[in-house]
Write a protein that binds this ligand. Structure first.
Ligand SMILES: Nc1ncnc2c1ncn2[C@@H]1O[C@H](COP(=O)(O)OP(=O)(O)OP(=O)(O)O)[C@@H](O)[C@H]1O
Ligand SMILES: [Mg+2]
Length: 394
């Protein structure tokens, strides 16, 4: 958790509202909240905040992280018994529990109702884009069942959820409150830097010029705010001026470049690097790009590289665009799939522009695997939802 959570007052208000509504269990109840944003924008911080709010209200919390819950019965168990799933699995491995007595396994519905009965219930699913589609299907439908008003469900994930959610095949999707998290405003960055310094015992003065530099370097990205804040605090300075900023700048650039290199490595390992570079060359990062332009640019780039027998069709292009969204290269600001902006800080765009283009050989090798993995995952998701849905209907 950062010392100061800057610029997210609107979301914090939604979180408080949800906890209140689930606690009261009336007035139409709590609507599920979906937090979407690129990597590092502050989703997990907001998940932590809502857990703290629930703690203060005496409301029990169930947390699910990504793919940690793999089946419907595991979901029911987690809802019944707080604590790490490993323990549940351990009990089962020892020969007790659900597998041995399948008919005694609680249903998700019953578990939810029992757990929420007294003081309401908060369910937080961070990294929701990793969630098993069958589990998501059951969870969301059970939470939204008519008549249940005392459960507040918060889902947080990368914008790839725009696609993944379709595979969940849930009903009542329109009841979701969707919040797309973009970069912080300069005013919020300023607050996040200055407030913790004011709280220090010795009191630290910060010049306007220094603040402006930090604002410029952060570009609204919370992680950078955190890095600057730490560097300034560690310096022990009682006056933060331009000279101090210049002294610690190398430390900041180190951290920043480490992040960018890690992201670049991931792009190369999935064959997406070529597409990212092509988009940057086309102008991504300087202004919004129309969706059609994005698809065309990606198709052209990979057509050139993978031409001939292995040419990519529209479905493959779609997977590559999704991959670029997942990696935060592309960010659909409005969620309408009409236009995209860069999901990474502007300095990452310059970093990308200076990378050597990956070769055809490298890209061919890794891209096929990436595409196969994506398709296989989607197939599994679909069949799981289908089987879960049939079972709950019967
Ligand atoms: N509103 C904020 N004010 C100040 N610092 C923040 C804020 N939000 C996030 N941070 C800091 O930015 C960093 C990234 O935040 P966080 O881990 O919540 O992002 P995330 O969206 O969950 O990222 P990922 O998609 O990689 O999981 C953390 O170091 C966090 O402390
Ligand atoms: Mg996170």
């Amino acid at each position: 958790m950062p010392d100061v959570v800057a610029g997210r007052a609107d979301v914090e208000e939604l979180l408080a509202l949800g906890i209140r509504a689930a606690g009261d269990g009336d007035e139409g109840g709590a609507r599920p909240l979906l937090l979407l944003g690129p990597r590092g924008v502050g989703k997990t911080v907001l998940c932590t905040i809502v857990q703290e709010l629930a703690g203060k209200a005496g409301m029990p919390t169930v947390t699910l992280a990504g793919a940690s819950v793999a089946t419907k019965s595991e979901l029911a168990e987690v809802l019944v018994a707080p604590g790490p799933l490993d323990r549940v699995r351990g009990i089962r491995a020892a020969g007790f529990g659900v597998e041995a007595h399948a008919k005694d396994a609680p249903s998700v519905e019953d578990a939810l109702a029992a757990r929420a009965e007294e003081r309401g219930l908060l369910i937080v699913a961070d990294e929701a884009h990793e969630m098993d589609a069958g589990v998501a299907h059951v969870l969301i439908n059970s939470v939204q069942r008519e008549g249940r008003k005392n459960v507040f469900l918060v889902l947080a994930g990368t914008p790839v959820l725009d696609w993944k959610r379709r595979a969940w095949k849930t009903t009542f999707d329109e009841r979701f409150v969707e919040k797309r998290l973009g970069p912080l405003s300069n005013a919020a960055v300023r607050e996040a830097i200055t407030l913790p310094l004011q709280n220090l015992e010795q009191g630290v003065a910060v010049t306007d010029e220094a603040l402006e530099t930090v604002e410029r370097e952060c570009m609204g990205f919370p992680f950078f705010v955190q890095v600057w804040g730490e560097l300034i605090e560690l310096s022990g300075a009682i006056r933060v001026d331009q000279a101090l900023i210049e002294r610690v700048r190398a430390g900041f650039e180190d951290e920043r470049d480490k992040l960018y290199r890690a992201r670049w490595r991931r792009l190369r390992q999935s064959g997406l690097a070529a597409g990212a570079l092509a988009l940057v060359e086309e102008g991504l990062g300087t202004e919004p790009m129309k969706s059609g332009q994005v698809y065309e640019c990606v198709a052209k780039c990979y057509g050139r590289m993978m031409g001939g027998d292995g040419a990519l069709d529209g479905e493959n292009v779609e997977w590559i665009v999704r991959g670029l969204v997942a990696e935060g290269v592309l960010w659909d600001l409005t969620g309408g799939m009409d236009e995209y902006v860069a999901g990474t800080p502007p300095t990452m765009t310059s970093f990308l522009a200076a990378r050597p283009p990956p070769t055809k050989l490298e890209t061919e090798g890794v891209l096929r695997r990436f595409l196969d993995e994506q398709k296989a995952e989607m197939r599994v998701d679909d069949s799981r939802v289908a089987s879960v849905a049939t079972r709950s209907a019967s």
